[in-house]
Design a protein around this ligand. Structure first.
Ligand code: SIN
Length: 255
């Protein structure tokens, strides 16, 4: 119902990520629930689930060396309008490991010094798909060692600049918006000039006290806000299978 849903959205604004245990969702049910949050986006960097164009199947097979999302990131910041929310449903989980960690980027922003925040207020960072999808998933090192195949194509070779500190449209709070999977350089600066400060911000943004770590069970549903947190899929379950169904929800241009 509408009032229960309003409570869920408020909880998401307050807590950044929600975990809902013991759900029984087929792909249609997941899509229907996700649509309550807004129009869905098709994720084009991997092939969609057959028959369900809005669902990405994130699969790790027992022989895989690399998993999907095994680096700190917010989802697809290289897009002009990155997804505001991601919804992940656990279908198969390893008995141990395969957790996802989340890092609160309001805390990352708020704990920078006043002068650093003032300086970053006018800085934009270029997010590049080539770093993650061509650089990592498309690399020779990863080929044959990950079940997830990149569907990287020329029209997906996107770079977009967004503010380093983005304002959340619902809470009005500022969050740090840089991650090492995608941030290439600051606007107007070379990569060499940008890297020392980028490295500082990457390390700062994932301090243990900003994070929580979640252990999945089949039937768990999570929804997180890409505007205020980053996530990291742990790759610590060799020889086990993990299957998740992922849906993303349209967002706005960061400001
Ligand atoms: C992702 O990075 O979107 C996937 C996270 C996960 O599988 O835990």
């Amino acid at each position: 119902g509408d009032s229960a849903f309003a409570e869920i959205e408020q909880a998401l604004a307050d807590h950044l990520v929600l975990f809902i245990r013991d759900q029984d969702l087929d792909p249609k049910g997941q899509v229907a629930f996700a649509e309550r949050f807004g129009p869905l986006m098709q994720y084009r960097y991997v092939e969609p689930m057959p028959g369900h164009p809005m669902i990405s199947e994130l699969l790790t097979e027992p022989g895989d060396v690399y998993n999907f999302g095994g680096t700190w990131h917010s989802d697809t910041p290289q897009l002009e309008r990155p997804p505001k929310y991601t919804m992940l449903y656990a279908v198969e989980c390893p008995p141990v490991g395969g957790d996802t960690s989340y890092a609160n980027q309001y805390m990352a922003w708020d704990t920078l010094s006043d002068d650093m925040r003032r300086m970053l207020d006018s800085v934009q960072v270029v997010h590049s798909a080539a770093l993650s999808f061509a650089g990592h998933y498309g690399s020779e090192e990863v080929q044959g060692k990950s079940t997830m195949q990149s569907a990287y194509a020329a029209d997906l070779d996107i770079e977009t600049a967004h503010p380093v500190g983005r304002t959340h449209p619902v809470t009005g709070r500022k969050a740090l918006y840089v991650c090492d999977a995608y941030a290439a350089h600051f606007v107007g600066m070379s990569q060499e000039e940008s890297l020392p400060l980028l490295r500082y911000l990457w390390a700062h943004s994932i301090q243990p006290d900003f994070t929580c770590r979640f252990h999945w069970r089949p039937g768990t549903l999570a929804v997180w806000d890409n505007r205020s947190c980053m996530h990291y899929a742990h790759n610590d379950y060799p020889g086990q299978r993990r299957l998740m169904h992922r849906v993303i929800i349209e967002g706005e241009r960061p400001y």
